[in-house]
Design a protein around this ligand. Structure first.
Ligand SMILES: Cc1cc2nc3c(=O)[nH]c(=O)nc-3n(C[C@H](O)[C@H](O)[C@H](O)COP(=O)(O)OP(=O)(O)OC[C@H]3O[C@@H](n4cnc5c(N)ncnc54)[C@H](O)[C@@H]3O)c2cc1C
Length: 446
């Protein structure tokens, strides 16, 4: 069967299938057709930073990697081989890393690498063409799944942890008390951070003087109104935000009985209400600047950022609206998607979905049902997000503790809480692996 895209997810998926006895053809369009980010023509290229982030299970990325090690990841083995000093992070020599993946795959007797651009969806197969999916294939995906299914730009606003929001300042309400969803919280859908005039002016000053991330050339996004960065809007005039995403109309602060001068609204991101999205705050501020400026928002002084804002070129599917729980076409379970294209964000997350996609395609080729890990694990929690997030506001997601199923008993101490979540996650992942991830019989049917 075919895998389209020899990036992180495609390489991992190919390895998982080949190791389970299947003949695999990987179609990689480079070097014949390049992307604006990939430079050499090796497989599994790290397009930007050279780190897979933390190795500690008290960190969401560290926990995800620990889970992937239980499942046997080629990409992590190659990363270990290419490791350079990076403190607690898994930092690699990018050339040694991608050469290691390249060598392992090209030496595998059941893997064939073909250098061509796929323009159609393979069945059975896995599409792992990443954030810079070629135009022709993007067209084929839209043709199959609908024009609305595939986004091309990622305008991401920060997400903060519910428990870090100050309830003494923030109030819950929907604008004009309007709520259209049945069963929604009677108090209103949004958490509202009320600004006084002075607080607003200081916030605008900080926003206008903040340091921006200047990305690669290809990051030059033609902003359209719906994803205008907050700092660009602020440059249009000091009151632009007060009449835009920070408008206070229809909101009364219960503590003063008055309408605030401006309001920053947070919208619930997950059903458990652990993650809250700063509505309209998509941004290109550097991460330390996001921390500095956005913690000036009343009620967010101690905010824990589960995800920071970004804007960049990124093709991704609206997974909750268009894919099955194991990330396939709904009308053909053997056409799977993996990697950043599915709406996960980051090297490790992309690789992890490639790993599960490879194992699942093998299961299906053996007549077994596809499976995904439980939401008590970081990887299973990511799958749950891709399945259950609100399709109207769907945005890519990286691993974070806010996604994971809450513990049955609340633990207040953050370090102890994370340790308990990690312990449960690794135990559940080991159990899940033993139940479902055993290598399939050597003689594969296809
Ligand atoms: C500019 C940029 C910077 C980033 N920086 C970071 C970072 O620092 N840290 C981080 O964790 N994440 C970063 N990301 C996200 C990162 O791209 C993903 O995390 C990761 O590379 C995705 O893995 P993937 O396998 O899904 O896609 P990729 O690794 O991009 O692999 C996709 C492959 O598919 C190929 N391809 C595309 N279309 C076709 C086609 N039609 N036929 C055949 N082959 C095709 C491409 O050439 C590519 O090799 C960045 C993304 C971008 C765009």
């Amino acid at each position: 069967m075919s895998i389209v895209g020899g990036g992180l997810a495609g390489s991992e998926a190919a390895w998982q299938l080949a190791e389970r006895g299947h003949q695999v053809v990987v179609h990689e369009m480079r070097p014949g057709r390049g992307t604006p980010a990939h430079k050499p023509d090796r497989l599994a290229e790290l397009v930007c930073s050279n780190t897979f982030k933390s190795t500690e299970t008290s960190n969401a990325h560290g926990l995800l990697k620990a889970e992937m090690r239980l499942l046997g990841s080629l990409i992590l083995e190659a990363a270990d081989q290419a490791r350079v000093p990076g403190g607690s992070a898994l930092t690699v020599d990018r050339d040694v890393f991608s050469q290691a993946v390249h060598d392992r795959l090209t030496a595998h007797p059941r893997v064939t690498i073909v250098r061509d651009e796929a323009t159609a969806l393979p069945s059975p197969g896995i599409v792992a063409t990443g954030p810079l999916t070629s135009d022709a294939l993007a067209e084929a995906i839209r043709g199959r799944l609908g024009v609305e299914s595939l986004a091309f730009y990622d305008a991401i606003a920060p997400i903060v942890a519910r428990e870090s929001i100050d309830d003494a300042i923030v109030f819950r309400a929907s604008r004009y008390d309007k709520e259209t969803m049945d069963g929604a919280d009677a108090g209103g859908a949004y958490l509202n951070c009320p600004f006084s005039r002075d607080e607003y002016e200081a916030f605008i000053d900080a926003l206008l003087s903040a340091d921006l991330h200047h990305g690669h050339e290809f990051d030059a996004v033609p902003y359209f109104e719906g994803c205008m960065p907050i700092e660009v809007m602020a440059q249009r005039g000091r009151d632009t935000l007060r009449f835009g995403p920070m408008k206070p109309v229809g909101l009364t602060d219960p503590r003063t009985g008055r309408r605030p001068w401006a309001v920053a609204q947070l919208r619930m991101e997950d059903r458990a209400g652990q993650m809250w999205n700063l509505v309209g705050f998509q941004t290109r501020l550097r991460i330390p600047e996001q921390k500095r400026v956005f913690t000036m928002i009343p009620g967010l002084a101690n905010a824990e950022f589960l995800r920071f804002g970004t804007i960049h070129r990124n093709s991704y599917l609206n997974a909750p609206a268009s894919l099955s729980p194991h990330l396939s076409l709904r009308d053909d379970p053997m056409v799977l998607f993996a990697g950043q294209l599915t709406g996960v964000e980051g090297y490790t997350e992309s690789t992890a979905t490639g790993l599960v996609a490879g194992a699942n395609l093998s299961r299906m080729l053996h007549g077994l049902a596809p499976v995904v890990p439980p939401p008590t694990t970081m990887l299973g929690a990511l799958y749950r997000y891709l399945r259950e997030a609100d399709p109207r506001h769907f945005q890519p997601m990286n691993a974070n503790f806010g996604l994971v199923e809450p513990l049955p008993v609340e633990i207040r101490d953050k370090a102890k809480k994370r340790a308990a979540i990690a312990e449960r996650a690794l135990a559940d992942m080991a159990q899940w692996r033993d139940a479902f991830m055993a290598a399939a019989p050597a003689a594969a049917p296809r």
